[in-house]
Design a protein around this ligand. Sequence first.
Ligand code: ATP
Length: 432
Amino acid sequence: MTDPAIAVDDVVVEFGGVTVLDGVSTTVPSGTFVGLVGPNGAGKTTLLRTITGALDPTAGSVAVTGERLADRSSRAASRLVATVPQSTASTFAFDVRRIVAMGRTPHVDRLGSPTPADRRAVATAMERTDVTDFADRPVTEVSGGERQRVFLARALAQDTPVLLLDEPTSDLDVNHQVRTLELVAALVEEGRTVVAAIHDLDLAARYCDELRLLADGRIRAAGPPESVLTDATVEAAFDTRATVVDHPVTGTASVTAFAGVDAGDAAGRVHVVGGGGAATPLLHRLDAAGFDLSVGPVGAADRDAETARALDADPVTVPPYASVDDATRATVAERVRRADATVVAPVAVADGNLPALRVAGETTSLVVVDGGPFEARNHAGAAGRRVDATLRERGHVVAAADLVDAVRTAVAADGDGVRSQYGSVDSDGPRP
Ligand SMILES: Nc1ncnc2c1ncn2[C@@H]1O[C@H](COP(=O)(O)OP(=O)(O)OP(=O)(O)O)[C@@H](O)[C@H]1O
């Protein structure tokens, strides 16, 4: 069997008597992209620095392609591993091309000048990281995100089998985040091995072959992203409530954290009127709080339907582009009546949700999230203004941030409160 690209064996790192890595063992197979995830201070940077040999572990050992980097000359080690540090602040005003060319140092003969192959490697690295346009600018005068790409270009120009990246996308805009991780994935396809500390769990799940979840100096979970990122592992490592679902577009794990949401001890059935993704964040909050959920009516392929299925929240769906038939209407009405509270997401009034809005409006335990269909600006005319005023006066309208508390109160008051009377004021029906 060939050696793994990286083997970390029972590594302990202490700083001034404080144990930062506490017996970390893991291997990274050659040609894979492994993401290091975990909370601030978990030890990700420390582990990367130990792998490069920049830090000597208190105990344990690290091998890269079967060799201890500490036993190699720094020039030889630099032909094996390239790194992009978390902070790329540079004090020297070298131009970008010169910074990238520094990646060739371990390959260039000490006395010789760069060869055409060196120049080609620099040009290709700049192109692949999209920095060619500002190749002649001083690195001190480019933006933080541009500088991050310059240092990735330097690492690419170094042309090593192993790349270690500390937060390679932290300063990048959304376009360059995705482009950079696609570039990294392409490098891995070409046979390189990459380990990257990544804070964005969704991006890590989307691009990495495997993850290592680090917390309190230990690896808490290791393997494919979907096995590492679960509600339980994320909650334990990050000390927060969290829900992990399949992302509707990428199909990979998508993590939503809820700081300050109580442990899921809330009881009660809640029906949510949503559509177009408006209910998705609300469903996550309500699910994390512990409510039993139903949703609808929503299109079968709607984002809210996907979320509902992922959370076992029982969506009432209609086929795409179909109108709501009598049977569906009756099902929704039944769900609303059976629920201990009904939540209306900030949706626009549409033929599809109008029947549900009508039924919801007649319940006593209605929670309307601010910006929704009952708002005056979403209705034409006096009827709309009356609906809005009545609901606000009766305390049914809340900000999304206050949703869980409002639903707890509504559930407790179910059957007890005054009717929201949306039904009675809406004599001619709201108009979109
Ligand atoms: N040189 C050092 N001396 C003392 N303590 C250090 C040193 N380097 C790191 N630490 C401590 O070790 C712990 C782990 O730090 P590390 O930078 O490895 O975490 P991290 O997981 O990369 O965090 P972040 O996500 O915030 O970048 C932290 O508590 C940090 O304060």
